[in-house]
Design a protein around this ligand. Structure first.
Ligand SMILES: NC(=O)c1ccc[n+]([C@@H]2O[C@H](COP(=O)([O-])OP(=O)(O)OC[C@H]3O[C@@H](n4cnc5c(N)ncnc54)[C@H](O)[C@@H]3O)[C@@H](O)[C@H]2O)c1
Length: 386
């Protein structure tokens, strides 16, 4: 069976998640195409050499441009911070490589649109890393909505709550710098919520938002990756140029109302990524910290047993479940990435675009930017106007 040769850029948090997915996929999904872990790339020679050995890549390099020259690389997988997504994705597509890029697609809507235009012109496949879509319990929510089991949708209520920045002496990591990250909790956590809303409910018409940067200066780090950093609390301080929290309300094209909250200041919440959907015939509740479960409620249940019930999405009836363990044997965070890459491999096998792709990345960026405009102008903003 043909293999897809991968060149991957970035080897820390997402680099590890993607590497693990490439490695595990053939064992559990023998009937799709399989990725070949050819070359891993990072800026630090010793670091990338160590990662290649630990994760199981054949070769390593510190020069991502060299990957694009190689005839034996089919796919470029971008796990570097958001400021370099555009340059690498465009160069990769122009070199005829398929592109898998982590979210958010780029720092701005303008850059995202340019990336979409280039991948389309090059005729390559493109995918964006909205991995939470691939939790089987989320896919069950989607199925129930598509089948009309929840009826007309009235509410989408979502929040992504973390607390890793509560300490005011936590150093100024790249996620706190606008020129590298684009935005703070908004583009990092809010982007996932927006994609989930698009996937489950559909397009968003208009938004109004607010945000805050609670800690305005932090010590310059001596060492950092995306979510961790070390430094001296007495070190010189630098300005935090992104939001610590962004909240917004939305009106969906189908008439549903939405609320979104993304924050890194919710003490006690390590990573509560949750949504609730209320419709005329029922409701669902999802919480990523209990990602195997979907709570469901149906108005046509017998009156004396009505109430939310917990469905464990591990039976063969659920997406991807047949490829894993016996019912009741749960899966975890890393499996969302494996499912994501199964979709990517299937898109090669079936010669179609994978979903979600750069179109979804641009749609997400439109909402991110509409919210930013609304915060700036203190007004409702139509997403179609950005
Ligand atoms: N899908 C998700 O849930 C999810 C989760 C975390 C991060 N992300 C996204 O993934 C991307 C990476 O985030 P992370 O948390 O893995 O970051 P990280 O800081 O842990 O790792 C970044 C990696 O990129 C490399 N890198 C940085 N600049 C580079 C350059 N110019 N050329 C080559 N390599 C370079 C670094 O050496 C490092 O290996 C970001 O866009 C982020 O928004 C997505």
């Amino acid at each position: 069976m043909k293999k897809i040769n991968v060149g991957m850029i970035g080897y820390k948090f997402m680099g590890k998640a993607h590497s693990h997915a490439y490695r595990d996929l053939p064992m559990f999904f023998p009937n799709t195409l399989h990725p070949e872990m050819k070359v891993i790339c990072g800026r630090n020679l010793n670091g990338v050499a160590e990662a290649a050995k630990q994760f199981g890549w054949e070769e390593y390099t510190t020069d991502w441009r060299s990957l694009l020259q190689r005839d034996d690389i089919d796919l470029i997988d971008i796990n570097a911070p958001s400021d370099v997504h555009k340059e690498i994705a465009i160069a990769a597509a122009q070199a005829g490589k398929h592109v898998f890029c982590e979210k958010p697609l780029a720092l701005t809507l303008k850059d995202s649109r340019e990336m979409l235009q280039v991948v389309n012109a090059a005729g390559v496949k493109h995918m964006i890393g909205f991995n939470y879509r691939f939790a089987p319990a989320v896919m069950l929510a989607k199925k129930l909505i598509d089948e009309g089991r929840l009826g007309d949708i009235y509410h989408f209520r979502a929040f992504f709550l973390q607390d890793w920045l509560i300490d005011p002496n936590f150093p100024l990591a790249w996620r706190l710098q606008k020129d590298i990250a684009g935005s703070g909790s908004h583009g990092d956590l809010g982007a996932h919520l927006i994609d989930m809303a698009h996937y489950l409910i559909g397009g968003i018409d208009e938004v109004i938002g607010m945000n805050e940067t609670f800690i305005k200066e932090r010590p310059i780090p001596t060492n950092m990756t995306g979510l961790s950093a070390t430094g001296n609390k007495n070190a010189e301080k630098g300005e935090v140029t992104v939001d610590d929290a962004t909240l917004f309300m939305a009106r969906f094209a189908n008439g549903a109302l939405g609320t979104f909250e993304a924050t890194r200041f919710a003490s006690g919440h390590r990573s509560t990524n949750s949504f609730e959907i209320n419709g005329s015939k029922g409701s669902v509740i999802f919480d990523f910290e209990r990602m195997n479960e979907l709570q469901v409620y149906f108005t046509d249940d017998r009156e004396d047993v009505q109430g939310f019930r917990r469905v464990l999405a591990t039976d063969p009836a659920h997406a991807f479940a047949e490829n894993w363990w016996p019912p009741g044997h749960t899966i975890g965070y890393e499996h969302t990435f494996i499912h994501e890459i199964v979709e990517l491999m299937e898109s090669f096998r079936e010669d179609r675009l994978p979903v979600p792709n750069f179109n979804d990345g641009v749609k997400c960026q439109e909402v991110l930017e509409a919210v930013e405009q609304s915060i700036e102008t203190r007004q409702w903003i139509k997403v179609s106007d950005v």
